[in-house]
Write a protein that binds this ligand. Structure first.
Ligand code: DGT
Ligand code: CA
Ligand code: CA
Ligand code: ZN
Length: 584
């Protein structure tokens, strides 16, 4: 758990890899690998142990204990350095390619001079790999595939992917007897848009049953560290999960520590020091006596530091500690505050489900209102026409109020349907249809779908012109970024936010997990201008409807309260906002 344990574990693992790559004793390599895992999962800081203490760790013999002592004494280990000198670090990284073992990595290095994943890909493209002894075209193809896999899983994953896995792990561990608390912490609990690894925490007296169940989960493809305090695994989808089991009296301190962020933790620890306390992943202690102070909940720990409980999405050292001290933490929006969804599609354009199905499913989520906003004609592959969208309006009006809590009891009782459109903001800020036609919609979203590479000035002017259009109510996915695929467009966010506030145009927080656009830090900036926001699913299918939670998570990271989000408002207030701009 302590950092020095991780360092030593990494060093021993590297040594094991280097032994294997250089064709050394396979048994010896395995011994070092086991020791690396044991130390990575050891509960006490190995930096504080003497040779005898080290040898009490399972799998650590005299020779390994000596290397650990050498490391802490001199900062390096001679035996490791000797092998490092023979093998470039990139060669070791080749073994991370699925299907490529240490022997093959060594051959690639010796025969072809390959010393990086990029170099390997070049050799594959030039078909130089297939001619090596023991390789062949089939192996070459497997390596190409392995590199692709490595590239796609080596990165951070979307929050939706991580959450699926984490909820499953938490549910399974919660069922184990002796589980007093179980939760995910880390960046996932803070609601970041992408997740490096999942951190799961359990409070229990005995950790063993949890570690055993954890390593036996069906998703687990590799156990990378195993010990009584911490166990780490990699899942088939490439995402790593850490499990820590802590005593019940440390739950609050541990949850706080492993929720992070690191920057928040550093500030909190400073405050503890001022109060003669010591806060670590092991708990809260009296700095002088070393006595452990029971910290069963996060609330208790914050209270000891003179602070109210701080919601995880705010824990980024972006002013939350100062706000907490002043008693001015925002009353953050919650998913249950949303009353509707204002940007959705049907199979009339690029959605997958018909209007009736989308509305029926949306009503099951408890929405009071729901807007259908299919694409306007300038996105030409969607083949929209005035006739087709007017025909859709008839259908919308006919189904209005037909779904929802009170069932198909006719108008008034059920979810209200709004008929809208998603306009395209053209290169000069113009939109698809003239004002007289737009006046017939209940609301208009307008978004950029092309010409992403204009200059910053052009893009800023383009967005401001769209805001100034009296019929545009919401700027959809304002930066157009797609996580991991397309960077956002560059414009002056302050100028556009000011224009939105001035013209009564909302800025969207697009909740699709691969967009999350606006981002948290954009929201923090934009809200200073007094802008209103809309959290929309931009659904193209039924499962997309539930993505709103990710938009709410991002809004919380942007410090938003419910009142700043127009789709938390009752319908009459929402209609006044929409009318206020142009339909009055
Ligand atoms: P990630 O996994 O990259 O999405 O981000 P996190 O925040 O989940 O980071 P991770 O998994 O490395 O560590 C989980 C938490 O543990 C982190 O948010 C704060 C705490 N933590 C980790 N390393 C340190 C450290 O060196 N100092 C302090 N104060 N806290 C740390
Ligand atoms: Ca993490
Ligand atoms: Ca972690
Ligand atoms: Zn859309």
């Amino acid at each position: 758990m302590p950092r020095s344990n991780d360092e030593v574990a990494a060093l021993l693992q590297e040594y094991a890899d280097l032994i294997a790559i250089t064709g050394g004793d396979a048994f010896k390599a395995r011994v070092y690998e086991k020791a690396a895992r044991a130390i990575g999962g050891h509960h006490a800081d190995v930096g504080t142990l003497d040779a005898k203490g080290l040898q009490e760790i399972p799998g650590v013999g005299r020779s390994i204990a000596e290397k650990v002592t050498e490391y802490f004494g001199t900062g390096s280990v001679a035996a490791v350095e000797k092998l490092r000198a023979r093998i470039p670090d990139g060669v070791r990284r080749l073994t991370a390619v699925p299907g490529l073992g240490p022997r093959k990595a060594y051959t690639l290095h010796q025969e072809l001079g390959v010393s990086s994943v990029d170099g390997l890909l070049d050799a594959v493209r030039e078909e130089r790999v297939r001619d090596l002894k023991g390789f062949g075209p089939r192996t070459e193809e497997n390596i190409r595939h392995g590199v692709e896999l490595l590239r796609s899983s080596g990165d951070r994953v979307l929050i939706s992917t991580a959450l699926d896995l984490a909820e499953d792990v938490v549910a399974r561990l919660s069922e184990i007897e002796g589980c007093l608390r179980c939760a995910y912490a880390g960046s996932l609990r803070r609601g970041r848009e992408t997740i490096g690894d999942v951190d799961v925490l359990v409070a229990a007296e005995d950790s063993e049953p949890f570690m055993r169940a954890f390593t036996a989960l069906p998703d687990v493809s590799e156990v990378t560290a195993r010990g009584p305090a911490k166990t780490s695994v990699r899942t088939a989808r490439g995402l790593a999960v850490d499990l820590r089991v802590v005593p019940p009296g440390s739950w609050g301190a541990a949850l706080l520590y492993f929720t992070g962020s690191k920057a928040h933790n550093i500030r909190i620890r400073e405050m503890a020091v001022h109060r003669k306390l010591k806060l670590s992943e092991y708990g809260l202690f009296d700095a002088e006596s070393g006595d452990k102070i029971v910290s069963a909940t996060e609330e208790e720990v914050y209270a000891r530091l003179g602070l109210p409980w701080i919601p995880p999405p705010l824990r980024e050292d972006r002013g939350e500690i100062e706000a907490a001290r002043r008693g001015e933490l925002p009353d953050l929006i919650e998913e249950s505050d949303l009353r509707g969804d204002l940007h959705t599609h049907t199979d009339l354009t690029d959605g997958l489900a018909p209007l009736e199905r989308m509305a029926a499913e949306a009503a099951k989520l408890g929405h009071a209102y729901y807007a259908i906003t299919d694409h306007a004609p300038d996105l030409s592959m969607q083949q929209m026409t005035e006739e087709r969208i007017l025909a859709q309006r008839e259908e919308v009006r006919a189904l209005d109020g037909a779904f929802g809590r009170r069932g198909r009891t006719g108008k008034g009782g059920g979810m209200r349907l709004l008929h809208g459109v998603e306009l395209n903001i053209g290169p000069d800020g113009e939109v698809d249809w003239p004002g007289e036609f737009l006046a017939g919609f209940d609301l208009c979203v307008a978004s950029i779908h092309s010409h992403f590479h204009q200059s910053r000035e052009e893009l800023t002017r383009r967005l401001i012109r769209a805001c100034e259009n009296p019929y545009v109510d919401i700027i959809g996915h304002p930066t157009t970024r797609i996580l991991g695929k397309r960077p956002g467009i560059e414009f002056d966010l302050d100028a556009v936010a000011a224009a939105c506030a001035r013209t009564g145009t909302a800025m969207e927080i697009n909740a699709h997990p691969n967009r999350l656009d606006l981002r948290d830090e954009d929201i923090l900036r934009a809200r200073r201008h007094g802008v209103r926001f809309a959290i929309d699913s931009d659904s193209h299918s039924v499962p997309d409807l539930s993505h709103l939670r990710f938009g709410v998570g991002t809004a919380r990271r942007g410090w938003l309260t419910a009142d700043e989000v127009i789709n938390t408002w009752p319908l009459p207030r929402l209609r006044r906002f929409l009318r206020g701009k142009h339909r009055g």
